[in-house]
Design a protein around this ligand. Structure first.
Ligand SMILES: *[C@@H]1O[C@H](CO)[C@@H](O)[C@H](O)[C@H]1NC(C)=O
Ligand SMILES: *[C@@H]1O[C@H](CO)[C@@H](O)[C@H](O)[C@H]1NC(C)=O
Ligand SMILES: *[C@@H]1O[C@H](CO)[C@@H](O)[C@H](O)[C@H]1NC(C)=O
Length: 368
């Protein structure tokens, strides 16, 4: 067994499956196996194409530009991981029957963690609270807001977190600008959310701060500083996780996107472009639209030369084959070095996922 040979069945199976799909034979079963190899239980069918979070685009483009030297690590955040998800907030606004004058909004923040599989280890969770105001409220210049973020520890009978009690305050801070994102490290809290019954979400409260010198509100001539702040609020959770099973090999690899084309029937990588739209996956794979997967093809004749990256066993096998061509086949031309790619896609819950896959591109072939 040489380097990379353990992973060869996946790449070979992948090509086979895609070709079979393209040809339309045995499509369903092959597609299921291929999705399984990609860590998916079913083909995602995104309802609405949610916008791709800029951070995922940036990471995807960086990964595509330079083959990651340390696979299964997200250098941007300095954490181990091969799957990055941006989960959309599924919580609702809480409308209190007795509104408090200073409270702009109260909201339950909930992220469904069912997309994370049992074998994944959560290594980072970062909450982003974004206010998509593109300008300041002219009347609220200099207004300070107070933000309180608490973890809900118990649900009331009507499914809403009860007010006041059974909350654990995580953060209380003031902020002035409404056009910038606020980030919070929720790694520890989110680890507990892996158990669905313990995931009761968060309570987010934003109120008008009482800064000294600020104009007191309500004020007859000024617009309510809270005005429509809820309409501009966007909360999401960036989750990085590591699936160790898909991360066994961290050797540095060379990318062979430019495989030389020399006319020869000797064993070598051949160019193969796999287009995701050709297999009908363009509606859930965001990027890339396809990639140069390559494959191995060619003869492994006697005598095997060093360029054919053969094993001692393969050298002996060619010798035996040259003596008895009918009884013993030539060694096989198989991938001996593969490199990873990253795929950006929608999962079955409409989350945007950036996932790193090992052994997707054939870089070098050998006679084995
Ligand atoms: C979370 O998502 C899963 C799969 O989509 C769904 O079955 C489950 O009901 C969701 N849970 C909540 C609390 O929304
Ligand atoms: C987030 O919190 C975790 C656990 O408390 C800590 O290990 C990690 O370093 C923090 N990350 C950042 C970026 O501060
Ligand atoms: C064998 O490996 C060398 C470098 O390790 C590489 O240059 C060569 O292309 C490989 N041979 C094949 C057939 O891929």
């Amino acid at each position: 067994m040489g380097p990379g040979s353990a992973a060869a069945p996946l790449a070979a199976g992948l090509l086979w499956a895609l070709l079979r799909l393209a040809l339309g034979a045995d499509g369903r079963e092959q597609e299921r196996l291929l999705l399984k190899a990609l860590g998916l239980s079913a083909k995602p069918t995104p309802r609405a194409a949610a916008p791709v979070p800029p951070v995922l685009w940036r990471l995807f483009q960086r990964g595509a530009a330079e083959a990651p030297e340390r696979a299964c690590r997200v250098e941007e955040f300095r954490v181990p991981g091969n799957i990055i998800r941006v989960l959309a907030d599924q919580g609702h606004f809480i409308h209190s029957e007795t509104p408090k004058t200073s409270l702009c909004l109260e909201k339950r923040v909930y992220f469904n963690f069912s997309a994370l599989e049992a074998g994944e280890q959560l290594t980072m969770a970062q909450l982003e609270i974004q206010f998509s105001h593109n300008s300041y409220h002219p009347s609220s210049g200099g207004q300070v807001f107070e933000l309180r973020l608490s973890q809900a520890l118990q649900m009331s009978l009507h499914g809403m977190p009860p007010h006041g009690c059974n909350h654990k305050l995580l953060v209380a801070q003031s902020f002035a600008q409404l056009h910038k994102s606020l980030f919070f490290n929720l790694t520890e809290v989110a680890k507990g959310w892996r158990t669905p019954s313990k995931n009761l979400g968060l309570i987010l409260e934003i109120s008008v701060g009482s800064r000294e010198g600020a104009v007191a509100w309500p004020h007859p001539r000024l617009q309510n500083p809270c005005a429509s702040i809820d309409a501009f609020l966007d909360t999401s959770l960036l989750v990085v996780s590591l699936n160790q099973k898909q991360c066994k090999d961290t050797r540095k690899r060379r990318s062979a996107y430019h495989t030389p084309v020399t006319p020869s029937n000797l064993c070598k990588p051949r160019r193969l472009y796999i287009s995701f739209s050709d297999v009908g996956w363009e509606n859930w794979i965001i990027a890339p639209q396809g990639y140069m997967a390559n494959y191995c093809l060619g003869e492994c004749p006697f005598p095997l030369t060093a360029e054919l990256n053969s094993t001692n066993h393969a050298i002996l096998q060619t010798m035996v084959h040259s003596l008895d061509p009918q009884g013993t086949p030539q060694p096989c031309c198989v991938p001996v070095r593969l490199s990873p790619i990253s795929i950006l896609y929608y999962d079955n819950d409409d989350n945007v996922v950036l996932r790193h896959y090992e052994d997707m591109v054939v870089d070098e072939c050998g006679c084995r």
